[in-house]
Write a protein that binds this ligand. Structure first.
Ligand SMILES: Cc1cc2nc3c(=O)[nH]c(=O)nc-3n(C[C@H](O)[C@H](O)[C@H](O)COP(=O)(O)OP(=O)(O)OC[C@H]3O[C@@H](n4cnc5c(N)ncnc54)[C@H](O)[C@@H]3O)c2cc1C
Length: 432
């Protein structure tokens, strides 16, 4: 059965989320507007304002909505999560207020699926409760788009592992209570079986935050994606997450969900930009009338709304696949790669149009487009660049397709017409 209706009880919850985000969460965005602020526990005023909001979300039963109930989440599934995430995506603080922010959401999913009972008690429980933050560190300065080329090594030494190597774009590493790091344990294995994941506690001897690289114009030293180093960092085998050599498979499991969660939030961000465009277009007078009376402006608004509706349906379908247990198979991976590419393209196009329609004001720090365009750039690079996903999509679609033997392709009209004429000859000849 295909049904887009929302049941009344959930619609009531959504109405509450909309009002709560507009009245309470947007205030957090305005007052604590540094991109890393939601993860920085040293800002005591921000923490004091955050706590009652998180408590209210917990009271409403909407905390950690990405997780099933048995892992400590709201247990509402991915389709309903989309309806919540698209509201949260209008803000910076929304995901932290609702306990479903990346990279913690993906990390909680893999801890729930692959963690030992001890790991779940030590890391998953406080992470889901919102008492901890985490980091997922795979990318290295020597290259990130191809995770089979990692250089950071974990070498067995007696009962321990010794990790050595450099990583960067380790989002939130400086705020994290633990870092899940991918390291090469089996350099001679086939490429997808070389890496293993380890859980590195904050402050472990040998863990160094080398520098903050900054994101799109942030001042030196500010940011949330540092360069980090593992200086012969020693861990017991109990810090291993998942099987030895299983790092790639575990990472893929986390990235699928993470990619569609970004897409869900991007819907809300794009809708907010369209709302801004529309309001500006009916408000602003230019030569010959209002902006909304100009056909090019009408085209931009209409094309943005049409593209967003298509995208939203695409993400809804991918979310439905996850709820139907199809998220991790071949079809699921194809759907996620398609969503990943579309997320980057649509946010870049709509945010750029919205920024441009606001003229100089759109480029200023008095509107949020600069920060948002940075996010659009991130959507095209993080979790695998657009080109890599395009390549996966094309490979998946062409897998099993046999080459056509003839000089002209299957759909060649003159060739097909000969066969069609022969098929219909008994009618055409009789009528002639
Ligand atoms: C804001 C932000 C946050 C991030 N957070 C994290 C994090 O928390 N943890 C983490 O591990 N990583 C994180 N990353 C890193 C991200 O996953 C990598 O940047 C990404 O995988 C690309 O790796 P790279 O930067 O080394 O680019 P490269 O591998 O050098 O690729 C550069 C460019 O080359 C092109 N390219 C690469 N491969 C191909 C190909 N096969 N075909 C065609 N073109 C190709 C693409 O245009 C690509 O953008 C983050 C990145 C950003 C921007």
């Amino acid at each position: 059965m295909i049904d887009f209706a929302i049941e009344p009880e959930f619609e009531e919850q959504l109405a509450w989320v909309r009002a709560f985000v507009a009245e309470e969460v947007e205030a957090m965005d305005l007052v604590f507007d540094d991109m890393s602020a939601p993860y920085d526990r040293s800002n005591l005023a921000a923490r004091a304002a955050l706590k009652p909001l998180q408590d209210e979300v917990k009271r409403r039963g909407l905390w950690a909505a990405h997780l099933p109930a048995h892992d400590g989440g709201a247990g509402i599934g991915q389709v309903k999560l989309l309806h919540i995430n698209e509201i949260l995506g209008r803000t910076d603080w929304g995901p932290v207020v609702f306990g479903c922010q990346g990279p913690d959401s993906g990390n909680s999913e893999i801890l729930a699926a692959f963690g030992t009972e001890d790991q779940k008690a030590r890391w998953l429980k406080p992470l889901v409760a919102g008492e901890m933050y985490s980091c997922f560190s795979m990318t290295e300065p020597t290259g990130g788009a191809d995770p089979t080329r990692l250089k950071t090594q974990a070498v067995r030494d007696g009962e321990d592992w010794v990790i050595t190597g450099d990583k960067w774009y380790a989002s939130h590493a400086q705020y994290a209570d633990f870092i899940i790091v991918a390291a090469v344990t089996d350099p001679d294995a086939e490429p997808h079986l070389r890496n293993t994941l380890f859980i590195v506690p904050k402050g472990a001897p040998g863990l160094e935050i080398v520098r903050e690289v900054g994101f799109f114009g942030e001042p030196e030293g500010v940011g949330g994606h540092p360069y980090i180093r593992f200086n012969a960092l020693r861990l017991p085998d109990s810090a291993r997450l998942g099987d030895r050599g299983g790092g790639f498979a575990v990472a893929q499991a986390r990235l699928g969900g993470g990619r569609i969660h970004h897409a869900m939030r991007a819907i809300g961000l794009c809708q907010r930009a369209i709302d801004m465009m529309t309001e500006r277009a009916v408000s602003r007078e230019v030569a010959g009338g209002r902006l909304i009376d100009k056909q090019s402006v009408q085209n931009d608004i209409a094309a943005s709304a049409i593209a967003l509706r298509q995208f939203r349906l695409q993400v809804l379908h991918a979310a439905w696949m996850f709820d139907a247990g199809l998220g991790h198979g071949r079809e699921g991976r194809l759907a996620v790669s398609m969503v990943k590419v579309a997320t980057a393209d649509i946010t870049r196009d709509i945010l750029w149009k919205a920024m441009h329609m606001h003229g100089a004001l759109g480029t200023s720090n008095e509107l949020p487009f600069g920060k948002w365009l940075g996010l659009a750039a991130m959507f095209g690079i993080a979790d695998g660049p657009t080109e890599v996903h395009l390549s996966s999509v094309a490979k998946a679609l062409s897998r099993g397709v046999e080459p056509w033997p003839g000089l002209f392709p299957r759909e060649h009209l003159p060739t097909r017409r000969i066969a069609a004429r022969a098929k219909l000859a008994r009618y055409t000849e009789a009528a002639a």
